[in-house]
Design a binder for this molecule. Sequence first.
Ligand SMILES: Cc1ncc(COP(=O)(O)O)c(C=O)c1O
Length: 420
Amino acid sequence: MKRRSLLGLGALGLLGGWALRPSDHGQPHTPYFAALNQLLKRDSAGLPLLVVDLERLDQNAELLTSQLGTQLPLRLAAKSLAATGLLEYLAKKLGTQRFMVFHQPQINQLALNFPQADLLLGKPLPVAAALSFYQQLPSGSSFNPATQLTWLIDSQARLQEYAALASALGQPLQVAFEIDIGMARGGFATPADLGAAMTWLGTTANLLRVRGLMGYDAHIAHTPLWMDQERAFALSAERYRAFISTAASFRELWPQQPLLNGAGSLTYTLHTRFNTPLNEVAAGSALLKPSDFDSEQLSAQQAALWIASPVLKALPGQLPFLEESYQMLQRWNPNREKTYYLYGGQWPATPVSPAGLSYDSLYGRSANQERLTGSAGTGLQVDDWVFLRPQRSEGLLELFNQLYLLRNGRLVGSWSANRA
Ligand SMILES: Cc1ncc(COP(=O)(O)O)c(C=O)c1O
């Protein structure tokens, strides 16, 4: 090829590259976050923190109440709302004392703080963890585990271990059976397996009391393209009913009013719309709506939880060893014009305000000083605050000491986050 045509091609390539240049996404804080930015600049201790918007939380709670109506009582999934103050607030607002709990220390905390609570395990715990609960329960506690706590049993082997625990403790234990209704996360796989375990239970002297079933169905929220969601729901409901009819055939073991738990934030609305075998649903995350819960089912709920972190450094931006090429990259991509370092980082969260900030994939993440890039259009300065939206609330609250409460544009208090 001639030199001139080569040059022409090169120029075309450059023009093409320039045409593909990303647009500038940088925007200053929206009025909501601009007000929060001012508030935190004035009133905070300058540390990264979690903010709960109480007005949005209230609206989410009211929505949940109206969606569930009176047919389906709610059990709060404690792991997604792991602060006693938050759980107290929601239990009162939603009129429930039912909690689903997933971690032994949390069972003890709930037993202490909610002496009227009905606690159901959301996963089967090693029998040693169950024993720790009884050892750590203060004597004279008004919480009575024999009637207020239900352990989850996923296999006959675990059933036998819990029967041995009950006789070692010399006290009755309530149990519910985890059943697999299509999620493939364990539990009794078939009604026949459950029947075998219940047969063993019925023929052995023991102190276990059957409370009911728990069948979680989060898989329905992720149906593949070839599967209709309503059909997936009907199939899992049918499996649930098959377990009920086997369990109910053990008339000496099965209670008059069994507990039939299921669902979660991503699926509870399906149980309000279609014919459900459940008599209660569990939900937690829907109330704070972190981004993993952006779904059609929860389209009316609003994000109510933010991570806020102060900007420590606002710099022109540079990459070690690549100074000149980085400047070219910055000219090409206006969203690399500035580099910001935050106080803390590596949270499971996405920067949301000011708009146009992103993690720097070329530099990497940091739990100490998170690096973000963005254009000057963000208007960010040192000591401004950046707001991130968590992907999930589970496991997050425990990373912060406090949850700060926002109402009517003011910080009105805080709740201590539970220990992990
Ligand atoms: C057994 C069980 N039920 C319900 C839930 C729902 O919790 P959330 O509403 O916070 O998603 C979960 C979440 O993992 C779960 O494991």
